[in-house]
Design a protein around this ligand. Structure first.
Ligand code: ADP
Ligand code: MG
Length: 319
């Protein structure tokens, strides 16, 4: 679908922004390019729609050199989403979305239908939103419009350059979910740039890791996680976040009471029990039986468990 053959970009008086690069992005992939700032992600993306002219090699889209395409045709058929949406402030949402369809001379009715369909797709009520101006939308809503504007002319390829990095975590998650939903419905070829590994792992069919203008590894999220090609990729992926779930010794707070008879032995805790199990079960009841070798030996209650935890948190940072 998009083939890079020894594609490089060298700025005058500079070193390579992108070193000779060979790769092929398949049709209907959600291909994520990731790397630290300055690693050449944006340059790679912009060479695809000729916003940045390459200095070496060639890019083929559907086996045709991009230099042979009419530049306008090429741009209209490649949707582009940027970090700061850049909706036109004086135009309504509808007018913003209609830009490319109008350039492509679609009929009015078809454009209207398309706008309704796209707003619906990302959960923005068309009647309510189509005549608003961008400043009447939240940042997250504007960015959603930015995404559907890129889809409006029904492009085969969509390029996204850190489209969600300026958003708060909740809007960001919401838009990532939107993208996955859109992607499963439309199956476009999406090239998505990010510097956030969690975002990459969540979205990508394949991930391309770049550093200093050079590809370090291309692979599925599983391959990148489990078989990093070098130390850089390994460090960049990092260790997935883990919530610690320590074992808690309940001995100090076990009460030898009679009430254990009335408690459901199915929910008995062992004397040495993991924190999550204890917390989960205490969410539903004040008192729990404790067993040892299959025998109920007493109970613990929520208040004494909290006191025990509080004391241990005071003694050290770790529970
Ligand atoms: P990324 O998107 O990964 O942050 P870029 O593709 O924007 O990286 O930049 C890659 C390298 O190219 C950087 O070292 C950057 O300074 C350099 N670069 C980008 N644009 C220009 C330019 N117009 N002139 C000179 N160097 C540039
Ligand atoms: Mg960039």
């Amino acid at each position: 679908m998009i083939r890079f053959e020894n594609v490089a970009k060298k700025y005058e008086h500079g070193s390579y922004a992108v070193k000779p690069l060979n790769m092929e992005i398949q049709a209907s992939e959600l291909f994520v390019i990731i790397g630290p700032s300055g690693s050449g992600k944006t340059t790679t993306l912009k060479m695809i729609n000729r916003l940045v002219p390459m200095t070496e090699g060639k890019i083929l889209i559907e086996n045709q050199n991009i230099l042979e395409y009419d530049i306008n045709e090429l741009r209209w058929n490649i949707g582009y989403v940027l970090q700061d949406i850049a909706l036109f402030p004086h135009m309504t949402i509808e007018e913003n979305i209609a830009i490319v369809p109008e350039l492509k001379n679609w009929e009015k009715a078809r454009i209207q239908h398309r706008i309704t369909e796209l707003l619906d797709m990302v959960g923005l009520d068309p009647d309510e939103y189509r005549n608003r101006k961008p400043h009447q939308l939240s940042g997250g809503e504007q960015q959603r419009v930015g995404v559907i504007r890129a889809l409006a002319g029904d492009p085969k390829i969509i390029l996204m350059d850190e489209p969600f990095s300026a958003l708060d975590p909740i809007s960001r998650t919401k838009l990532q979910d939107d993208i996955l939903k859109l992607y499963s419905n439309i199956q476009k070829t999406i090239v998505f740039v990010t510097h956030d590994m969690n975002e990459a792992l969540k979205l990508a069919t394949r991930i391309c890791v770049m550093k200093d203008g050079e590809v370090q590894q291309i692979g599925t999220p599983e391959e990148i996680l489990n078989q990093p090609a070098n130390d850089f990729v390994k460090t960049f992926v990092g260790t997935p976040k883990r919530v610690s779930n320590p074992i808690v010794e309940l001995d100090p707070i076990i009460q030898l009471t009679d009430t254990s008879k009335d408690l459901n032995p199915e929910f008995a805790l062992s004397k040495s029990c993991d924190l999550k199990t204890i917390v989960d079960r205490l969410a539903y009841t004040d008192e729990l039986p404790v067993e040892n070798n299959g025998e109920i030996i007493g109970t613990i209650n929520r208040a004494s468990f909290y006191k025990l935890m509080s004391k241990r948190l005071n003694e050290s940072e770790e529970v």
